[in-house]
Design a protein around this ligand. Structure first.
Ligand SMILES: C[S@@+](CC[C@H](N)C(=O)[O-])C[C@H]1O[C@@H](n2cnc3c(N)ncnc32)[C@H](O)[C@@H]1O
Length: 303
């Protein structure tokens, strides 16, 4: 699949919930190749604006190119959405009218073998979405203690064989460091007894996903965003978050319920239609949750 073909997931649903309008300002926290951003800009013509965050330099460049036709209605921030509040304040933005976060890896990243996200091609174990970050998957795999590796595989990948895989990695790296995707995939394959090999996914899928989440601190970023977003959203403005992972979905659900600055608009997450799933298999596990910033601070009634 070509990276040009990253199809925005739940596009119709995002537009319905975000309801972009002219003269309003929206944040796309995960710009990717600008698919959702261009739809938001189209729908909010003639004067709606988008501030797009993307920490992957290659994606940021391609998206900026793609969106250049919108002129100054689009502005790029080459950075993490976890720094949303600081970055907006630096740009003089005090309030926004909506936020979209579409988590996960883009096809551009998956289709670039040298980035090390995929076990299907042999490549250095990198997995950084933001090349400016220090820690790579190779460093984690070769330096963490057995229990730390096992926790990552279990907590971020829901991998039941986490302890066994960690043990095999620690033994293997005594002989030679684990440097490539194929080396790691092979260790995982050996560690998991054949009768436990999953039927629908590759045997190393969960381990690779877990390492990617750890390298990019994906859950920490999400928690920071959910804590900070109400400080930026205008009263009544909406935040739409698309997740592809049950643990991420849980983080979003709990933050929306527990933080009194949010009012939940989707009791159940919104998923793709059968038609979308057929035309874009990546959408299969997508879940959209939406909340709005509470309109008025309600004081408890004193008796
Ligand atoms: C699934 S893609 C987004 C696709 C986009 N909605 C589109 O329609 O083209 C996710 C993107 O978010 C970026 N990303 C993930 N975490 C990020 C973060 N903390 N800050 C900024 N960008 C992030 C990734 O680099 C990737 O390009």
């Amino acid at each position: 699949m070509s990276s040009e073909l990253h199809i925005p997931v739940l596009a119709r649903e995002v537009l319905e919930w975000l309801d972009p309008r002219s003269a309003k300002l929206y944040v796309d926290g995960t710009l990717g190749l600008g698919g959702h951003a261009s739809l938001i800009l189209d729908q909010s013509a003639p004067a709606g604006r988008v501030l797009g965050f993307e920490w992957d330099e290659q994606a940021a460049r391609l998206a900026a190119d793609r969106l250049s036709g919108f002129g100054d209605r689009f502005q790029l921030v080459h950075g993490s959405y976890a720094d949303l509040l600081v970055q907006c304040r630096e740009l003089g933005v005090q309030q926004v009218d909506g936020i979209l976060i579409d988590l996960g890896v883009s096809s551009l990243q998956l289709d670039s073998p040298e980035r090390g996200f995929s076990f299907r091609v042999d490549a250095p174990l990198d997995m950084r979405m933001d090349g400016r970050r220090q820690v790579t998957a190779e460093q984690l795999v070769n330096s963490l203690k057995k229990d730390e590796l096992a926790d990552i595989f279990y907590n971020y990948g829901e991998e039941r064989q986490a302890r066994r895989i960690a043990k095999f990695i620690v033994e293997a790296r005594l002989h030679c460091p684990v440097k490539t995707t194929r080396q790691l995939a092979e260790i995982v394959r050996r560690a998991i007894p054949t009768k436990y090999h999953p039927k629908k996914i590759h045997v190393a899928t969960r381990v690779f996903q877990a390492l990617r989440i750890a390298v990019n601190r994906e859950f920490d970023n999400l928690v920071t965003l959910l804590t900070d977003a109400p400080g930026l959203l205008a009263p009544g403005a909406r935040i739409c978050i698309i997740t592809f992972h049950s643990l991420e979905d849980r983080i979003v659900k709990q933050a929306f319920v527990n933080n009194q600055a949010y009012r939940v608009l989707t009791r159940k997450p919104v998923g793709p239609t059968a038609i979308e799933m057929r035309s874009n298999p990546r959408s299969r596990s997508a879940k959209l949750r939406v909340a709005e910033k509470v309109r008025v601070h309600q004081h408890p009634i004193s008796t």
